[in-house]
Design a protein around this ligand. Structure first.
Ligand SMILES: [Zn+2]
Length: 100
C-alpha cells in the first residue's frame, strides 16, 4: 500500500521542495507538512527569507527598456520650453517700435 506523498522522509520532501515551490502549490497543504514539525519550521523559514528577498528586490529590478526613451523625451520637452521665455524680449522690441 503506497500512499502518495504520505509518510515520506524529510529528505524526500525537501528534495521535492524546490519543485513544489516552483509549481506555486500551497506547500502548507502538503501531507508531509501536516505530520512533520521539522519541515513546517523549515518551510516557514524559507518563506520568511523569500518574503524578505521580495522586499529587498522588487519584481522589476531592471528598468523597462523604454524608460530611457521616456527620460529623453522629458529632457527634450524641457529644452523646447525654454525659448518661450524669450517672448518677453519680443514684446519689449514691439513696444520700442510703436514708440518711434
Ligand atoms: Zn519532514
Amino acid at each position: 500500500m503506497t500512499e502518495n506523498g504520505k509518510h515520506m522522509s524529510c529528505q524526500e520532501f525537501q528534495k521535492q521542495l524546490p519543485d513544489l515551490i516552483g509549481s506555486g502549490m500551497n506547500i502548507s497543504g502538503h501531507p508531509h507538512m501536516q505530520e512533520c514539525e521539522l519541515c513546517r519550521a523549515l518551510v516557514a523559514e524559507l518563506e520568511t527569507i523569500a518574503e524578505a528577498a521580495r522586499q529587498l528586490f522588487p519584481i522589476e529590478v531592471e528598468p523597462p527598456d523604454d524608460l530611457w526613451e521616456q527620460i529623453e523625451t522629458a529632457i527634450r520637452k524641457e529644452d523646447k520650453a525654454e525659448p518661450a521665455a524669450r517672448k518677453e524680449d519680443q514684446t519689449v522690441e514691439i513696444g520700442k517700435k510703436t514708440r518711434s
